[in-house]
Design a protein around this ligand. Sequence first.
Ligand code: C5P
Length: 218
Amino acid sequence: NRVPVITIDGPSASGKGTVAHLVAKELGFHYLDSGALYRLVALKALQSGVMSTDEKKLALVAINLDVVFRDEEIYLEKKQVTEKIRTEECGNMASQLASYPAVREALISRQRAFRKLPGLVTDGRDMGSVIFPDALLKIFLTASPEVRAQRRYKQLIEKGLNANIAELQKDIQERDARDSKRGVAPLQKNADARLLDTTSLSILQAQNRVLEWFRECC
Ligand code: C5P
């Protein structure tokens, strides 16, 4: 496949989404926030009363997901849910259902469909390892747990949502542990990914580092 892909994987609230989005804009590439897909499955499951332990039903929700990404907005069954999927409730449910192979399998082709010219920037947990193993540039973007809790706090407050920093830190730790320990597509830095620690980097610095690396690859 000659469509260039940049994958940015990493733990929750690391800032990978912000950086990926900006890099995509700068290069005029398409952008896929793969975590949003898991959050959409979570939202739909929560709305329909599907239990977080019911792998079969969750996989069906994933297969039948009616979702549209348009401009900066996300629509589930024609309703705008851009902010709604960002709650910690959705994030936690997403992290639970993301451990089921049947759910992950159901989302593979949907994710690969985003690979279109002139290119794609995508962020998640397994973009470089599973979904786009032949990506041109693979990055593992991280930051210290404290900095990540602060970033998530700021993000939620700016969106007008409630947040408590101690609870966020606990949620982030739990989610990291679950995402790293699961049997399928665990969160980990693969040998072919470059490490980008953004603990003491600004968004602009992180974005520029990715762009530099991309230019080196081309
Ligand atoms: O990145 P974000 O926090 O929005 O992702 C929500 C959850 O979806 C993560 O905690 C993770 O469990 C799951 N996820 C995943 N694989 C991806 C993206 C997200 O398992 N590629």
